[in-house]
Design a protein around this ligand. Structure first.
Ligand code: TXA
Ligand code: MG
Length: 346
């Protein structure tokens, strides 16, 4: 298949909407990461998404709407917490889990009786959904197991030849996938951390919000994540990644020692450092993920940095680690998954 690549102007968005209506696949920008979209109410179109990504079919898709008023037709009921969260955080990087109505096919929800819905704030995404006239099912537009795409070039690397069209809307402003919150149970629970933090949700709902155990721990026989996607080792760079945590000077010293050892063993070594520590490392490839003082910058750069390492021939990668507070919770969740939870504490 020839993949059409276009800057996301109004004519390209209209063309993309026609492809969605006709049951095809379009990659489009959102404020979090690029999505790979299809008509979420069309079973055959949803199935094509799984094929293009190489994604297991039990991993459900998120439905994207252009306004909260589109939710009632897709769900059995709207819990009062959800009502509140939609009012405060939509449009924006928050996905909410609802009991699904019959019109949402099981092909979209991976066989679940619940459906995940989000209303992106990105203007291209909103226009595309509006003009398509259907909710758009969209996972991140990466090949399964690759870091999520934060620009259209990343999407091209993974999806060229597999989908009808890529809309280029520039760099994503957030760079990590949406927060997923489940309000169908007794207590609201975060299934995947993102830009909307636990503190923000607790403040909005004026109650405690728990975090699913799979967010901070290696998933094993005892931990069954509520978001099926969390059980897969996403975001894995080709070279094994090890995180080093502790006080800054100790981390720099430990990474320096590990780099030296690996080099002596004949390995090519990569390091993910920060603006503050970059000059201290002598590895084959050293990249700064941003300034320690700017969590937003680290979030924006994270997937791009992991992709850069996939394009080099390094054999091993060492990375600094970050505070798990606020947005740091999402950053450390993605880094830990990329590293298969392989951490050295100093
Ligand atoms: O920011 C985002 O959410 C991006 C952009 C494109 O909107 N989308 C995204 O989709 O990250 P994806 O497919 O890569 O991740 C969706 C996650 C998966 O972990 C999946 O298991 C979970 O959402 N999910 C979807 N429906 C669910 C449901 N009904 N119950 C629990 N988890 C669900
Ligand atoms: Mg994904």
């Amino acid at each position: 298949m020839d993949t059409v690549y276009k800057k996301a102007d109004s004519q390209a968005i209209e063309e993309a909407a026609a492809i969605i209506r006709a049951g095809g696949l379009v990659a489009f920008p959102t404020e979090t990461v690029y999505g790979l979209g299809a008509n979420g109410l069309d079973e055959k179109a949803a199935v094509k998404i799984y094929a293009a990504k190489g994604r297991p079919s039990d991993n459900p898709l998120i439905l994207h709407v252009s306004g909260a008023d589109e939710v009632s037709g897709l769900v059995k009921r709207i819990p009062s917490e959800a009502e509140h969260l939609m009012e405060i955080f939509w449009p924006g990087p928050l996905t909410i889990i609802f009991p699904k109505s019959d019109c949402v096919p099981y092909a979209t929800t991976g066989g679940l009786d619940t459906v995940a819905i989000r209303c992106p704030s990105d203007e291209v995404a909103a226009a595309l959904i509006r003009q398509s006239g259907v909710p758009i099912a969209a996972p991140s537009a990466n090949a399964s197991g690759r870091p999520s795409p934060t620009n259209a070039k990343h999407v091209w690397e993974d999806m060229n030849g597999k989908i009808e069209m890529i809309l280029d809307g520039g760099e994503c402003s957030i760079g990590l996938e949406s927060t997923i919150v489940d309000v169908t149970g007794e207590q609201p629970e975060i299934l995947r951390p993102g830009f909307i933090t636990q503190e923000m949700l607790e403040h909005a709902l004026a109650c405690a919000v728990t975090v699913d155990a799979a967010v901070n721990h290696l998933v094993d026989a005892n931990i069954h994540p509520k978001a099926p996607g969390m059980k897969y080792r996403h975001y894995a760079p080709h070279a094994p990644l090890t995180l080093v945590e502790g006080a800054q000077e100790k981390v720099v010293a430990m990474i320096g020692k590990l780099v030296k050892e690996e080099k002596e063993a004949g390995k090519k070594v990569g390091v993910i450092g920060t603006d503050e520590t970059l000059p201290f490392y002598e590895a084959d490839k050293v990249i700064s993920i941003g300034s320690r003082r700017q969590a937003g910058e680290i979030a924006r750069n994270l997937y791009r940095v992991l992709r850069v390492f996939d394009d080099t021939d390094v054999d091993v990668i060492f990375s600094e680690s970050f505070s798990g507070e606020g947005l740091g919770s999402a950053i450390m969740n993605r880094l830990n998954k990329a590293a298969g939870h392989h951490t050295i504490s100093v």
